[in-house]
Design a protein around this ligand. Structure first.
Ligand code: CA
Length: 419
């Protein structure tokens, strides 16, 4: 069964849809139990550190039979998550440079719209933060998205490298992790070891976090980092719960410290929540875009941003004046911080650069700041990190009604100060 609606996180003008979008079902098996796979249509087993799952096609009748099967813990829809790729503000930029990255350094002249100037200083305070740390090659940030263009000149020196596969045999799972030739990450949309981005969205997020500081192109929030490309959204920008839990499971297994998640949609999934809890148990922070539906996340649940797990940081988007972006979701309780998310310049596929808008762009700013915090102090756990970000955020009267804290500030977070 397939229904084709969803809601999008990288849209400038976003549409919220009520119908739910899913592709078959996911069953979670009780420990030590198994199912007769032949009884299920198009069944696929998924083994994770947080349990055994089976994805399959089904109908109401087969679902109700499974619910009473004593091997089954639960059955739920395999939700579809999406980003959008028809954004008309995705303008190609021919001469990219740091001076255009208002999210890192807002001069008041690089952050305005067509009619209004931006506001100087409404940024993440990156330059002051870089006096404390520019990141570390010991920190792995997993970009769980449409993949990463790992050939991009501005990213290739900051990629996570699976040495066993790099130095291993082609076509062989050298490190025995279940994925063949996963050198820079993996692709759970197509079930292979190549997370090359055929969309652009994941590469954009990766550049915000960790584009090289090398006098060309743009600068990432982190100059030094290992970016792990984990593709579960296809080249058209959609993916399902089954692929998302494989993505999270891989990032846990391969030692990520931070997961950056600029996507959403669907209803509440126990399987995805369990994946996030498993990440939390390993001390991994899960940063999530708050959503682009202009809606109140305190009143209307938005996933994965609203999963109430200690490691989830929900990020709203602000514009160059420090105001809530018109499209951004908000929530005085459920949106932890705001970050720049309008006309953000970053890397895209085929070695390019583009501006994009969305909470999709705000999320990786925070993922990068979390990476800086861990670079500076490896002992911080996800609760410390979220508390630090919220406790040091800049209070801003125009954001007061929209978030539990304010605009995130990398320097304040690193120094645990409020100035
Ligand atoms: Ca492998």
């Amino acid at each position: 069964m397939k229904r084709s609606v969803g809601f999008f996180l990288s849209l400038l003008v976003c549409t919220s849809l009520n119908a739910q979008d899913f592709d078959g079902y996911i069953v979670k098996l009780k420990p030590g139990k198994s199912l007769d796979m032949k009884s299920l249509s198009n069944a696929k087993e998924i083994s994770t550190s947080f349990g055994q799952f089976v994805k399959f096609e089904g109908n109401e009748k087969s679902i109700s039979a499974l619910k009473s099967n004593d091997a089954v813990e639960y059955v739920e829809p395999n939700y579809i998550y999406t980003v959008d790729n028809t954004l008309d503000s995705m303008k190609a930029v021919s001469d990219p440079k740091f001076a255009e990255q208002w999210g890192l350094k807002n001069t008041g002249k690089n952050s305005g719209g067509w009619w209004t100037p931006g506001k100087k200083g409404e940024d993440i305070n990156a330059e002051r933060a870089w006096q404390v740390t520019k990141g570390s090659k010991d920190v792995i940030v997993a970009v769980i998205d449409t993949g990463i263009d790992w050939r991009h000149p501005d990213l290739k020196n900051n990629l996570w490298v699976n040495e066993a596969e790099l130095n291993g045999e082609e076509g062989v799972d050298d490190d025995g992790n279940g994925v063949i030739d996963d050198i820079h990450g993996a692709d759970f949309a197509n079930d292979d070891g190549d997370p090359m981005d055929g969309h652009g969205h994941g590469t954009h997020c990766a550049g915000v976090i960790g584009a090289s500081h090398d006098r060309t192109g743009i600068a990432g929030v982190m100059a030094n980092v290992k970016l792990m490309g984990i593709k579960f959204l296809t080249d058209s920008g959609s993916g399902s719960t089954a692929d998302a839990i494989e993505a999270v499971n891989y990032a846990i297994k391969m030692g990520a410290h931070v997961m950056s998640n600029s996507w959403g949609g669907g209803g509440k999934s126990e399987a995805l929540k369990e994946a996030i809890v498993a990440a939390n148990d390993q001390g991994i922070t899960f940063v999530a875009a708050a959503g682009n539906s202009r809606s109140d996340n305190d009143a209307k649940e938005t996933y994965p941003a609203n999963y109430r797990v200690d490691n989830v940081i929900s990020v709203g988007a602000m514009d160059g004046n420090g105001n809530k972006a018109s499209f951004s979701n908000y929530g005085k309780k459920m949106v932890h911080v705001f970050a720049p998310g309008v006309n953000i310049l970053s890397t895209v596929k085929n070695g390019g650069y583009q501006k994009m808008s969305g909470t999709s762009m705000a999320c990786p700013h925070v993922s990068g700041i979390v990476g800086l915090l861990i670079s500076n102090n490896a002992n911080l756990n996800p609760v410390d990190i979220r508390d630090r970000l919220m406790g040091t955020a800049v209070e801003n009267s125009s954001l007061n009604n929209y978030t539990a804290s304010g605009r995130t500030d990398a320097h304040r977070a690193l120094t645990n100060t409020r100035n």
